[in-house]
Design a protein around this ligand. Sequence first.
Ligand code: PLP
Length: 385
Amino acid sequence: MSLGLSRRHEWVLQSEIRNMSIECDRVGGINLSQGVCDTEVPPDVRRGAQEAIDRGINTYTRYDGLAELRQAIAGKQQRFTGMNVDPDREIIVSAGATGALYCTCLALLDPGDEVIIFEPFYGYHISTLVATQAVPVYIPMSPPDWTFAEEALERAVTSRTKAILVNTPANPSGKIFSRTELEIIGQVAVKHDLFVFTDEIYEHFIYDGRKHIVPAMLSGMKERTVTISGLSKTFSITGWRIGYCLCDEKWAQTIGHFNDLIYVCAPAPLQMGVAAGLVNLGMDYYEGLSKAYGFKRDMICKALSDIGLTPFIPQGAYYVLADISRLPGMTCKEKAMFLLHQTGVASVPGDAFYNQTGGERLARFCFAKDDDILEDACMRLRMLC
Ligand code: PLP
């Protein structure tokens, strides 16, 4: 034996997103690479957390979260989707959706279990699977609508498959899985007795009057689905680390035990801030969110179109993939770097969202920015013309 890093460390290498952010800072650019929203935190949410600190809610909470927050989450889920969740037995509050997925994988997957995932994917999903020694199996989605072949999904199932991971609305494609697509996924899950892990963190970022379909609500899906979401995006509180999963009590307790082991609990006063937001903010808040981000989406897509970087118009979430193949450079990273150095706008090279091939012509732009900053970014992009 000698001193050295674990073999596991190779699986969690610095992400391309972080690399682009570092280069963006170095050149003083506008960072459209990272999914960090710099829009305002709702006053109800801020006040709720501040009051909680003053009232002394600063100690460990129950491992699955404060009752106030679990009840608020159950209320919100019922209001928005009609889904009934028992706040005492079927909700685990965790350190963001990231923590909720990590604990879910630890609780429900064994080393070597395969998990089917749609490509392009969100890199943390892959890192989480690999760090918990599960094996991702990729199903390609094709632009412009990011459709997938039903046969490919059926073919991907082996005797080692344990789960299908669905991110809707999706990062980076902005795809909202349709009811038909989710029913196909559900049928495969039922036929082969698989779990479905969902990541619905962008559930309120939906455009053009589309609807977010909750996979757990489809026929035969309640028991086998772990619904994961969080408030990082909805309340612009990425640094607060509040997320959750909803699932059958058979799984919830063990997911909760891993949550206790790794995080102990999510930050207590911040749980109260989120609970206040969920209870006090009405439908107009969520509608306003969709409208405001729809405006941002249109702004960036127009700028990208104008300079010949054809965008694949997202249906939801707050990213857009665009075809950057016309830019000079051998790889998408060189092309994205060219764009950064010419215009001062940082994006993420498309291959960060693919296992092997598929992302070479693409870059992802995040439009969760204040309108002024986004306008500035669009103006800079147009310098490319
Ligand atoms: N899931 C997806 C699809 C994301 O894009 C992100 C952040 O970019 C997260 C989860 C992170 O969520 P949280 O901050 O709740 O951990």
